[in-house]
Design a protein around this ligand. Sequence first.
Ligand code: SF4
Ligand code: SF4
Length: 488
Amino acid sequence: MDSQESASRKVVPIVPANEGVAREDGVQMVSLYAATPKIYPRSVQGVFAQWRWLMVALTQLVFYGLPWLEWGQRQAVLFDLGARRFYIFGVVLYPQDFIYLTAILVISAFSLFLFTAIAGRLWCGYACPQTVYSEIFLWVERQIEGDRSARIRLDAADMSLEKLVKKWYKHIVWLGIAIWTGFTFVGYFTPIRVLGMEFFQGHMSSWEVFWVFFYAFATYGNAGFMREQVCKYMCPYARFQSAMFDKDTLIVSYDAARGEPRGARAKQTDPAALGLGACVDCRLCVQVCPTGIDIRQGLQYECIGCGACADVCDTVMDKLGYARGLVKYSTENALAQGWNRQQTWRRVLRPRVLLYMGLLGLVSVALFTSLALRQPFKVDVVRDRASLARIVAGGQIENVYRIQIMNASEKPLHFKLSAEGLPGLTLASPHDVVVEATQSRWVPVRLQLPYDAAPSGSHPIHFKMASYEEGVKMVGELSEKSVFLVPR
Ligand code: SF4
Ligand code: SF4
């Protein structure tokens, strides 16, 4: 930018959006920031609300309960980052098992594609932690401050002893849930019983304290204050979901052909005589919406597909004696063609959905087969870089290696080492090694070859490792490639 250009640029003060001002040159200046009004979702009952609470119960039972389960002498699910080992029930994973983590991520991605192609943002509406914790925090808020109108009145009222007590009470319960959530989260990485003792004795490490309170703070902030803002502005999934939707994806939809023209009417009146549709414009669907949108304006990216508006609209239809389903899970094609439920569901199993199902099935079968056939130990061979090859007593050429043996089973294993690939190649270090359950061990290994047994250069060889349980029953065998160097 040259100096003339910069000199001609005028600095314009930013003012709030609702106070936009016209400058002398006629340009209207507005702020890009506008505070969003607080949303007070009304409580709702219905079939989708029941599904959501079932998912809250299931996901939280798993999340809070899993770290307390024992498997033998250890925690059933533990991600021990310090020891670089993951324990998942009977499976012990090492960093070398990264492929399994990749497979789990691929399965998660295909599951998300599949469920989104079938029924839109099912994950967001029923199982996403943001939805689940917002639902729990909102339930606490309702128990203490009351439903929507009571909460609006309380927030608008001047500070009083009652308001102070209610607000403090709510925040204390929220903080309790948040800290318990943070504690449970860290309990997946540090044995939770030990963590509990450290917590009460004040002996937690600084990292444990940091992560418990960081996760607690995130839960408290996201579920207590930010709620729909996280879905609208922070979550990337809302942005790319439209790429996974098509005209046969089930989405929460308002049947405009049936509902319009909307308008209030007395209960006994015939809407057709008044020239009205089924929507009585009660706005309950807006009041129950956790993101504060009006589903009657069509599909919007803010919609998390929770079905609360469908539930409340069904109760309105029931009271009026109209057919349910003015707001319902439907597809764009079904609404346009007027399909019934069977016709709609027939289109749900379209080629794209079948492809996702097939890929999901394939990756899942591959993962479980690979886990079932997995050797109970792993081996890494590293050449000793300090001495490539040397001549030792007896005129033998010696190469030195370090072998890492990882026992991924729950029992101590005995290993018998051998090497092959060159005539006369012998193991000059102990053949038998014991590695304790779920432990790994580095073993120095020396290989020797008669001086004139092979020409100079690098020769491929194989280490063989057979593992035995208590020295009796063979549980597996592995072969690992390496090279033997013969100097000139
Ligand atoms: S709840 Fe149903 S009837 Fe009431 S405004 Fe919404 S769509 Fe119309
Ligand atoms: S529009 Fe309906 S389905 Fe979408 S977020 Fe709001 S209440 Fe849930």
